[in-house]
Ligand binder design. Structure first.
Ligand code: FES
Length: 358
């Protein structure tokens, strides 16, 4: 059942076809894709450093990739894609995509960013692994350009030197800002410059890096697999770090979702889904994710990872309550304001109103 609700409507993120303007091979298994953004879409595709976009291949394949370019004049947007085994989009991007092709792209999203301010002098630090460098490259390039008195230290973990993504771009930035950018490479499968720089970035190595090599840092950015990010975050908490941003690209190594809480919605919940000013009602079965139920009646609903990582499925619960199995995307203040990741939400109450326009 659908009814039209009269109230201001937020513009829902929808896919737009963007032309591939260029393709650069970064390593054997990674490419950077530059999209041309036509003038009518430049406002919509304006982004903050550290944000990501969702791409769609065919009807079913949706993947999120971080933007590696700094915000500029809005004419282009560049993402980094590393091939994963069996990856439906990454395999296509690395082996078949070519300039002139068109890809459906959602406008930028994400909270892995900060408000750079020319009057600020801050020591930024980043700990990243593999393709986790992608959003940090944008943050470093933009941050150092906007804040002339700030510095950036990047700890960058990879298996081998040959798998280092954006090596040239990092070298160019180092040439441009020799005194303000420090990049520390840590290699897990070949000897690094010193024993401390050989091996995986775990809690012990992070403690030793902090004790011996890294400067005091005011604001941290962590991006990589779940295990690395949680280890480093715990060490930074031990050391009293106040400002720590994190971004996961994939959550395969995350612990399984928590079991659902006891709920009053034993027979399923009646959920009203608000999208584009139209209300549609659907039954959410016990234990079913709100997004899956809602997609049955509103297939145009936005989503990408379905893993609690990308925030594309974010909505506000304005009546009733839900439990989220995982949340690697929303900030505490968003959760406090009632926002949820619908791909991770099960109903706790018999009745729900879930507003995708809020
Ligand atoms: S679809 Fe990515 S967090 Fe829900």
């Amino acid at each position: 059942m659908s009814v039209v609700v009269k109230r201001p409507v937020r513009r829902r993120p929808t896919f737009h076809p963007l032309t591939v303007a260029g393709l650069d091979r970064l390593t054997e298994e990674a490419v950077a894709i530059t999209f041309a953004v036509p003038p009518p879409l430049r406002e919509l595709f304006a982004f903050r450093p550290g944000q990501h976009v969702t791409v769609r291949l065919g009807d079913d394949v949706r993947r999120s990739y971080s933007i590696c370019s700094p915000p500029g004049d809005g004419r282009t947007l560049r993402i980094g894609v590393k091939e994963v085994p069996g990856g439906a989009f990454s395999g296509h991007a690395v082996r078949a995509l070519k300039a002139g092709d068109t890809i459906d792209v959602l406008p930028p999203l994400g909270n892995f960013t900060t408000d750079f301010d020319p009057g600020r002098a801050r020591s930024y630090g980043a700990v990243v692994a593999g393709s986790g460098i992608t959003p940090v490259l944008s943050l470093v390039a933009h941050g150092l350009a906007v804040e002339p008195a700030s510095t950036f230290t990047v700890v960058y973990g990879n298996r081998h030197a040959r798998t280092v993504m954006f090596a040239e771009e990092l070298a160019d930035l180092k040439d441009r800002y020799p005194a303000r950018l420090q990049v520390v490479h840590v290699l897990s499968r070949e000897p690094g410059e010193a024993p401390l720089l050989s091996g995986r970035i775990d809690a012990d190595r992070m403690r030793r890096l902090l004790d011996t090599l890294l400067p005091p840092v005011d604001e941290w950015f962590l991006c990589g697999p779940y295990g690395m990010v949680t280890d480093v975050r715990a060490v930074l908490a031990e050391r009293g770090a106040q400002r720590v941003h994190q971004e996961l690209f994939f959550a395969d190594d995350a612990p399984p979702p928590a079991p659902a809480r006891p709920t009053t919605a034993q027979a399923g919940a009646e959920a009203t889904v608000l999208l584009d000013g139209r209300a549609t009602t659907v039954t959410v079965a016990p234990g079913e994710r709100v997004l899956d139920a809602a997609l049955r009646v509103r297939p145009e609903l936005p989503f990408a990872c379905k893993g609690g990582v990308c925030s594309t499925c974010r909505a506000k619960v304005t009546e009733g309550s839900v439990s989220m199995a995982r949340n690697y995307a929303l900030e505490p203040d968003e959760v406090a304001a009632g926002y949820v990741l619908t791909c991770q939400s099960t109903a706790d109450t018999d009745r729900l109103v879930v507003d995708f326009d809020a």
